[in-house]
Write a protein that binds this ligand. Structure first.
Ligand SMILES: [Zn+2]
Length: 248
């Protein structure tokens, strides 16, 4: 039996019996962790309110086995709120749908329980903070998060230099299998040819250049989101269900 402590973001909370919940978290050191929170569905449970989706929390777990996986789920024994991002996310439809797609994507990329996914964790915390602050369009925050999640998981896209030969951009021909734009010599059949402005937007979202991204004209948003969604779908076996609710 052991106690361990970690920071995490609550991805999901599922009912368990009359009063308990199974909480799924993406933690800093232990990757995805599922744990039981007892008595949290009773009214006025402060403990329960801290374990809602989008919450960034510091949790103490009590593990009955020597490993996280197997021998029953660990128990959440103490919870402190680091940042209650849910408060300003769930009250706004655009933020809520974008945030839900972020949680689902983070869980998909950190599928193996107990396996650290530090960069994914940091991206999620940063993404939720940005989303909750409401400083940028919600769907752009989502697209930036998706592009960077793909990048930290080994699928970084190129939106300027040729993804095959490295020819300096701008290049126009976008290929999902190639992982970005291709030059005229490297282009393959089936490339999309997005607007140059859309490619500038996607490059800015990937690199965190919000000045450029915010200045992008809204007519390029939809094309950009379509390419991001297609690229994500290409690398994840099943799509992200909550993506269909995101407004653009
Ligand atoms: Zn090339």
């Amino acid at each position: 039996m052991s106690l361990f402590r970690d920071d995490g973001v609550v991805l999901r909370a599922q009912k368990l019996g009359e009063a308990d919940r199974i909480i799924t978290l993406l933690t800093r050191q232990h990757g995805k962790v599922r744990a039981v929170a007892r008595g949290v569905r009773k009214t006025k449970s402060k403990f329960g309110a801290r374990l809602e989706p989008f919450s960034h929390v510091d949790v103490q777990f009590f593990s009955r086995g020597s490993e996280l996986v197997g021998r029953g789920l660990p128990l959440c024994t103490q919870v402190e709120t680091i940042a209650p991002y849910g408060g300003s996310i769930v009250t706004d439809y655009g933020r809520y749908t974008a945030g839900t797609a972020m949680l689902e994507t983070a869980e998909r990329f950190a599928e193996n329980e107990g396996e650290p996914a530090v960069q994914q964790y940091l991206l999620l915390v940063g993404g939720l903070r940005t989303l909750a602050a409401g400083l940028h369009e919600s769907h752009l925050v989502l697209d930036a998060f998706l592009l960077r999640s793909l990048a930290v998981n080994g699928y970084g896209a190129s939106f300027t230099d040729c993804a095959k030969c490295g020819l300096e951009g701008p290049n126009r021909f976008f290929s999902l299998p190639a992982g970005g734009v291709l030059c005229g010599d490297c282009r393959v059949p089936g490339c999309a040819v997005p607007s140059p402005e859309t490619l500038v937007l996607l490059g800015a979202l990937l690199s965190g250049d919000w000045r450029t991204a915010d200045a992008c004209e809204p007519r390029y948003w939809r094309e950009g989101s379509g390419l991001v969604a297609a690229y994500l779908q290409w690398h994840l076996e099943r799509g992200i269900r909550s993506m269909r609710y995101v407004e653009k």
